[in-house]
Design a protein around this ligand. Structure first.
Ligand code: F6R
Length: 616
């Protein structure tokens, strides 16, 4: 979703602002802009609908000059993605510029009030009220103190925001604040930086500081950052985050796109996650804030997530129920938040699964679970994310930055993380012996090798992608945990190739979706050599009888499937049925990527989507 960057220092601001916005492209956006202020107090901005590349062209022509500036990538919520609605937005005097992530819920009332006070607002956005409110405070009670003016304005806002502000009357000073939307700052020899996530800052700093809700930070060109809380008290020890990955982790490094890179990084991600997890006392999961006795007492688990992470939750449910014998419900965060009747026990644990750690619906649901007295455990990728900060315990999947909008490596790493949790719970409550847990752990250790094998077979996916040419719709089928493999495969295809994909439990297909099938209609059936294999084979036959072009995802050596399907995406044998979904999904990730590329789409930045969905 939207991204914020800001810089004040000894260098020209525009080059880093543009580079910073480029690093934030992965979040998804539809317009972008920058505004800089020169030391003599000239504000100069460029903004446009479309990509950062288009903004660069405009900036090259306009050459905005100044050593202090702010930038933004906007994902439209209020008002169409057109130049006029792109950020930064200015106040009525044209001297205060603001960029904003989040949503101002009371903007209609504020807008009416400002118009009644004689302000002229020129965009359709909720954001534009902010510079006008700052202007009123600047000219009124704040008496020319930018930080005070921002505090006055922020006190009028309802909703969520991460804001960066510059002003022609105090060139060199940038003020930033947040509530509910992340914002980090960094101090360097070249000046001070702000951004809505650590990604743009990784190239300039190794340590960043997180602002807390309502903190106000004033950044100056000497690199100083003064932070005060909502009462105006100095914040002496802001939360520091050390960036533990190299800036090159967020670069393409020879791959044609981030999705290809991230698919290929999965074996290493799983190796990192499993490292040192098998210890003297079984599965080491110190991130849990509960004692062995408390873990043993857990009698219900509620998993909260959205999208791909929700699919992780479905597979986690199978593992926890099988290995730890604890009943699990998996909830879409957006639905859970409005289910007033939700019941929990005294020993219910909430597991929040969120790659970004910033998904608004997931965060609200987790807060609600905490309010209901549950211990909240987060599985996330992003260090210091809101989900991590607000949970009782956090397991970082350590997959490294995921830049492509479609989640791939976070999906498989989150599944493996949830398996570690299942094993730990099973050991704590006596549902499994140490020897059994060790056996399952060793099965997990095989995953990287099996994944590498799939990556070496990518030609199969490329070949199968041809069956989707000129098609408008497709069907994905699977049973048991691999119904979820089908859901996730279909989601990937929809997201990046804009081709409709219906996913169904294979046995349910005949109750409706079978009507879709006609000659040449692509159907992907996930059919491992498991206890439901023959049932799924029957479903394949039902599809074939109606003319489907069948693509099987099957275990090496499965002659039945080989005979029936036009293409087979082969998966090496796995020791446990729960391993198959983690490994087989690589084929479906690769398949979606090939289909999308065949259609000429940008696989990293699919239309309408955002990497981190920070609005409800
Ligand atoms: C799909 C995808 C989304 C996210 C969803 C939740 O490829 O990435 O469906 O999984 O928006 O995001 P997180 O996991 O960050 O909460």
């Amino acid at each position: 979703m939207c991204g914020v960057v800001g810089y004040t220092g000894i260098n020209q601001a525009s080059p880093w602002l543009l580079d910073g916005l480029q690093t934030l492209e992965y979040r998804g956006y539809d317009s972008a802009g920058i505004q800089v202020v020169s030391p003599s107090g000239n504000l100069h901005g460029v903004k446009c609908a479309g990509r950062v590349a288009a903004l660069r062209e405009r900036a090259a022509a306009a050459n905005p000059t100044g050593t202090c500036g702010i930038g933004h990538t906007r994902w439209a919520t209020h008002g169409a993605p057109i130049d006029r609605n792109a950020h930064p937005h200015l106040d009525g005097s044209g001297r205060i510029a603001v960029v904003h992530n989040g949503i101002i819920e009371n903007f209609q009332e504020l807008r009416r009030e400002l118009i009644a006070n004689g302000h002229e607002l020129v965009s359709d956005t909720d954001t534009e009220v902010i510079p006008h409110l700052i202007q009123e405070a600047w000219e009124g009670p704040a008496k020319g103190d930018l930080a005070a003016a921002v505090r006055h304005a922020a006190n009028r806002l309802e909703g969520s925001w991460a804001i960066a502000v510059i002003c022609a009357d105090c060139p060199g000073t940038m003020v930033v604040t947040r509530n509910g939307s992340p914002l980090v700052v960094a101090s360097t020899d070249d000046g001070a930086y702000a951004a809505s996530d650590v990604m743009p800052l990784a190239s300039v700093a190794s340590r960043v500081y997180q602002l807390q809700d309502y903190d106000i930070a004033t950044l100056t060109p000497d690199g100083q950052i003064k932070i005060v809380d909502r009462e105006g008290r100095a914040v002496e020890n802001p939360v520091a985050l050390d960036i533990d990955w190299d800036a090159s982790a967020a670069k393409l490094g020879g791959y044609s796109d981030f999705m290809a890179k991230e698919i290929a990084e999965q074996p290493e991600a799983i190796e990192r996650l499993l490292k040192d997890r098998l210890g003297e006392h079984g599965i080491e999961l110190d991130e849990l804030s509960l004692s062995n006795e408390e873990l043993a007492a857990i009698d219900k688990i509620v998993i909260i997530a959205c999208g791909t992470s929700y699919h992780v939750g479905l597979i986690a449910k199978a593992a926890i129920e099988r290995w730890a014998r604890i009943p699990v419900s998996v909830e879409f965060a957006s639905e859970f938040n409005y289910n007033e009747e939700y019941l929990v026990t005294d020993h219910t644990m909430c597991v929040v699964i969120t790659q970004s750690g910033e998904t608004a619906d997931t965060l609200s649901a987790a807060r609600r679970m905490r309010g209901m007295g549950c211990n909240v455990f987060a599985i996330t990728n992003v260090l210091g994310s809101t989900a991590a900060r607000e949970s009782d315990g956090t397991l970082y999947i350590q997959a490294g930055p995921e830049v492509a909008v479609a989640s791939t490596k976070a999906y498989t790493a989150q599944i493996v993380a949830s398996y570690l949790l299942a094993l730990r719970l099973g050991l704590a409550n006596g549902s499994m012996t140490r020897a059994e847990a060790e056996k399952h752990f060793h099965d997990l250790e095989e995953i990287p090798t099996q994944m590498r094998e799939i990556l070496s077979r990518r030609w199969q996916d490329k070949q199968a992608a041809r069956l989707f040419r000129d098609k408008h719709s497709s069907l994905f089928l699977g049973r048991n945990v691999n119904a979820t493999t089908a859901y996730e495969g279909a989601l990937k295809l929809k997201e990046i190739s804009y081709l409709h994909a219906e996913a169904y439990p294979a046995g349910e297909m005949k109750h409706g979706p079978i009507a879709l099938i006609e000659g040449g209609f692509p159907v992907v059936a996930v059919v491992p050599a498991d206890h439901v294999h023959d049932k799924t084979v029957s479903n394949i036959q039902e599809c074939l009888a109606r003319g489907a072009a069948m693509i099987g995802v099957a275990t090496d050596g499965d002659e039945k499937v080989a005979k029936l399907c036009s293409e087979v995406l082969w998966v090496p044998p796995v020791a446990d049925e729960l391993i198959f979904p983690v490994v087989a999904i690589l084929h479906l990730q690769l398949l979606s990527r090939y289909v999308a590329r065949d259609r000429g789409f940008d696989v990293d930045k699919p239309r309408n989507l955002a990497k981190s969905v920070t609005v409800e």
